[in-house]
Design a protein around this ligand. Structure first.
Ligand SMILES: *Cc1c(COP(=O)(O)O)cnc(C)c1O
Length: 442
């Protein structure tokens, strides 16, 4: 069967082993049927079966969910400068661990540490696979076999099963909880310090907010207590930004520099959240502690590869000129995008979208509120505009948009399927495929 001429073009495209795999499935499916010998039918069947395999599993999509840093859709998009640096590192040998001046061995972290020093004021820095790895490595290095004090209000779970108590256990630390869910005082920390205490840890609550009768202890209050007892203070900032978001009219998010200036000894944060770079976990702080962390054999298992390191270095470099960030860094560009510009985009696209959807639903422009996402401010706060469809069968309509050549991901809430246009950066590609929209009747 593999020699059937009808299969030759398919073998050319997909390769012989996949076609033989499909032929076996055909023979199995048509066993005993006359059709099994029908060359043309077999070729069509195999072609359909292989169509799914020929196209990549991880595909480009349009994220019109209203969440800028959508974890399931890959979080931050990278700046052109970062993409170029990554491509160069993929194509060619690099100075990953090579010192050009002496011709000998260099350090991976040396590519990013000077930038992080400049941007946060921290003495030293290192980077690992992601922020979860950063927290694990810091705890395992500084507190294995001993106690770490954390406020009950900060014992959080981030999506994907990252829970502070579980990470503590994996790092072989004993968690000592202090305070209550809504209120923790300095005296609670003071009372919990004992001979086995290795560190005090603060965690940015990221994806939830406690409001009303609340009290948390700031780094500025905590640091003098820890100093007096000779203990390090660790802070997991989560998203952690390098610039003040207020520059673009957004609410304040803690910056890594603020944590360092408040005297925190070791700060961890993500590379692909607000920072807008590749997936990474950044660890900055006091030189003596960072050196211990970087020497932990676990670091070898958690380290960054050359591609992401190149993209991270290029991203950090962009922060040297904060005035141009909104134009060069896609995450900041999306967050700072004026609502008026989004509305104008919605008005341009409305006729095309309405025509593609047809008479099955009412389509219009609606004001919506989007989220930053990825644990930065868990509230709908970004005023934006969406193209919204209302009517019956919204699930089928959403599925049809997901079935486009470049799948379009929206959001169904309050009886509407909405496409928040804040994150639409390729208007032409979006509109150009809408004639392929096929809503399956049901
Ligand atoms: C997101 C987050 C993490 C996990 O970071 P990753 O880079 O996704 O591993 C850890 N801690 C906090 C507070 C977070 O917000």
């Amino acid at each position: 069967m593999a020699n059937w001429p009808a299969l030759a073009p398919l073998i050319q495209r997909a390769g012989r082993p996949l076609v033989i795999e499909a032929l076996r499935a055909w023979a199995e499916a048509k066993r005993g049927a006359e059709e099994v010998a029908d060359e043309a039918a077999c070729a069509r069947w195999c072609e359909l079966r292989l169509a799914g395999l020929v196209q990549p599993s991880q595909r480009r999509v349009f994220n019109l969910t209203g969440t800028v840093l959508h974890t399931n859709l890959g979080r931050a998009l990278m700046a052109e400068e970062a993409i170029e640096a990554a491509v160069t590192a993929m194509r060619s040998p690099t100075t990953l661990e090579y010192d050009l001046s002496g011709g000998g061995r260099g350090e991976r972290d040396d590519h990013i540490a000077p930038w992080l020093h400049r941007l946060t004021g921290a003495e030293a820095a290192t980077a690992v696979n992601n922020n979860a790895a950063a927290v694990l490595l810091v705890l395992a290095t500084l507190a294995a076999g001993r106690e770490v004090i954390v406020s009950r209000g900060e014992l959080i779970e981030i999506g994907g099963a990252f829970r502070i108590p579980d990470i503590m256990a994996r790092a072989d630390c004993r968690l000592v909880e202090v305070g209550t869910t809504n209120r923790t005082h300095l005296k609670d920390y003071a009372a919990a310090i004992g001979p086995d205490t290795a560190a005090i840890m603060k965690v940015h609550p990221s994806n939830y907010a406690v409001s009303g009768f609340t009290k948390t202890v700031s780094a500025a209050e905590l640091v003098p207590l820890a100093r007096e007892k000779g203990l390090p203070v660790i802070e997991d900032l989560g998203s952690g930004t390098l610039v003040d978001l207020e520059t673009w009219g957004l609410p304040h998010e803690p910056t890594a520099r603020e944590a360092i200036e408040a005297g925190i000894d070791v700060v961890t944060f993500s590379g692909d959240k607000l920072l807008g770079g590749p997936q990474a976990g950044l660890i900055v702080g006091r030189r003596a502690l960072i050196e211990r962390i970087a020497r932990n054999p676990m670091k070898r298992a958690l380290r960054l590869d050359k591609v992401r390191l190149a993209a991270l270095e290029a991203t950090l470099r962009l922060y040297a000129d904060p005035t141009r960030l909104a134009e060069r860094l896609p995450t900041v560009r999306a967050l700072a995008r004026p609502a008026g510009e989004i509305k104008a985009l919605a008005e341009r696209l409305l006729p095309v979208v309405a025509k593609a959807i047809g008479s099955g639903a009412t389509v219009g422009i609606e004001p919506v509120r989007g989220q930053i996402g990825s644990g930065a401010l868990p509230v709908d706060l970004l005023p934006s505009f969406a193209i919204a469809a209302r009517g019956k069968g919204l699930d089928r309509l959403a599925a049809a948009f997901r079935g486009l050549p470049i799948p379009v991901i929206g959001r169904i809430s309050d009886g509407a399927l909405t496409f928040d246009l804040r994150t639409l950066d390729d208007e032409v590609a979006f509109a150009g495929q809408l004639d392929k929209l096929r809503v399956v009747a049901g």
